[in-house]
Design a protein around this ligand. Structure first.
Ligand code: ADP
Ligand code: MG
Length: 380
């Protein structure tokens, strides 16, 4: 129960194709997050699964059965939106019970389901309140309660936390992860926020202009982004990109020269880029801000900080590179002795670097998979 499959799913509005062939298998119990910038097709794809948007071509299957032509209520799914869509004149109890009343469930069964959902969501004390008497987070929990009572095999969420303030969003992320664990249900969650994706997902699907750019666990996407788009989208602050020139290919990797003349050999495989005469080509070097070090490193770069943000545990430094004035960000220790306008030396280790070809595709990094794939727990 709760297995979802998409086979070459496409969607056009008039002549404009917005979902351009998506194939994906989601297992029972998985928490899958669709993430990508605004307009990339996340909501459309989710609405096609829900049955709220016609499927132009391809197939959506739930538990092995094609549901393309089934109405939303026949698909065994529940959807929670950004706007809570609660009935203001009804109590919390009545709002949660609403779909069961529509389905003409007996009063005793309905009562048991509402009590169970309200206990899971810690709304027991609020059942007689009206939505107007609740906080934003509580209202969103009522909307989730209304989804839970239907016992769906798949939960669909479309940016359910976007209307909440930052602190509440962080709390709700934890609650949703807990809920997923408690219900053992399949959840598909749409967001433009990579932090929500990284913190809650078993697997992240990065969408870019109607295509799947990459699918992987949060750590796979962080350590092994397949292309510039995913590399720039996943991670906060964003990965730094520098234009470099390929000097040679050796058994140790790809040797490149930075615009300021610094040479570096990045330990990556060129196996996927066979045939391309890389030497002399312009490549993109990627380095995450948290991998720039204040001391040591395989190469050193001089930069002049223009903004220094002291966050307590970390210091975020925006600098311009000496030599070509390109901008880069670094995350240093909280007490790092950097100052605006004062030339500073930064270090980079070759093993932390990412390298992308002229086509924007990543060269395979030599990251040991053990650091990427966590061992699965055998809990009785
Ligand atoms: P996201 O949720 O990722 O922000 P959407 O799925 O809402 O993106 O939209 C994807 C693209 O489809 C956008 O370019 C949007 O303008 C277009 N679109 C969405 N719904 C409609 C519609 N009903 N009619 C025409 N175009 C639409
Ligand atoms: Mg959307």
């Amino acid at each position: 129960m709760g297995q979802l499959t998409m086979r070459d799913v496409r969607k056009s509005f008039g002549t404009s194709e917005v979902i351009k062939g998506v194939s994906l298998d989601i297992d029972h119990g998985e928490f899958v997050v669709f993430v990508g910038p605004s307009g990339c097709g996340k909501s459309t794809l989710l609405r096609m699964i829900a049955g709220l948007e016609e499927i132009t071509s391809g197939e959506v299957m739930i538990d092995g059965a094609v549901v393309n032509n089934l109405a939303p209520v026949e698909r065994g799914i529940s959807m929670v939106f950004q706007s809570y869509a609660l009935y203001p004149h009804m109590s919390v109890y009545e709002n949660i019970a609403f779909p069961l009343r529509v389905a003409k469930m007996s009063k005793a069964d309905m009562d048991a389901k509402v009590k169970r959902a309200s206990a899971i969501l810690q709304l027991d004390e609020r059942l007689q309140h009206k939505p107007g008497q609740l906080s934003g987070g509580q209202r969103q929990r009522v909307a989730i309660g209304r989804a839970i009572v239907r016992d769906p095999s798949v939960f669909l969420f479309d940016e359910p936390l976007s209307n909440l303030d930052a602190a509440l969003r962080a709390d709700m992320r934890v609650e949703l992860s807990r809920l997923h664990h408690d219900l053992d249900a399949t959840m598909v969650y749409v967001t433009h926020d990579q932090v929500e994706a990284m913190t809650m997902a078993d697997r992240i699907v990065v969408l870019d202009g109607g295509y799947i750019s990459q699918v992987g666990s949060p750590l796979e996407l962080y350590h092994k982004p397949k292309n510039l788009f995913v590399a720039g989208f996943i991670g906060n602050p964003k990965m730094n990109f520098q234009t470099v020139t390929c000097k040679s290919i050796t058994e140790h990797g790809v040797s490149v020269e930075l615009s300021n003349g610094t040479a570096l050999t990045v330990p990556v495989s060129t196996a996927d880029h066979k045939g391309a005469d890389l030497v002399g080509q312009t490549l993109t070097l990627g380095i995450r801000p948290e991998h720039i070090v204040a001391e040591g490193g395989d190469i050193q770069l001089a930069g002049v900080p223009s903004v220094v943000e002291r966050l307590g545990i970390h210091t975020v430094v925006y600098s311009s590179l000496e030599g070509d004035a390109s901008q880069f960000m670094s995350v240093l220790e909280g007490t790092a002795p950097v100052q605006v306008g004062q030339k500073t030396h930064f270090g980079i280790n070759a093993t932390d670097c990412h390298l992308f070809g002229p086509d924007g595709l990543a060269f395979e990094r030599q990251v040991a998979l053990t650091t990427v794939e966590l061992p699965s727990l055998n809990v009785e």
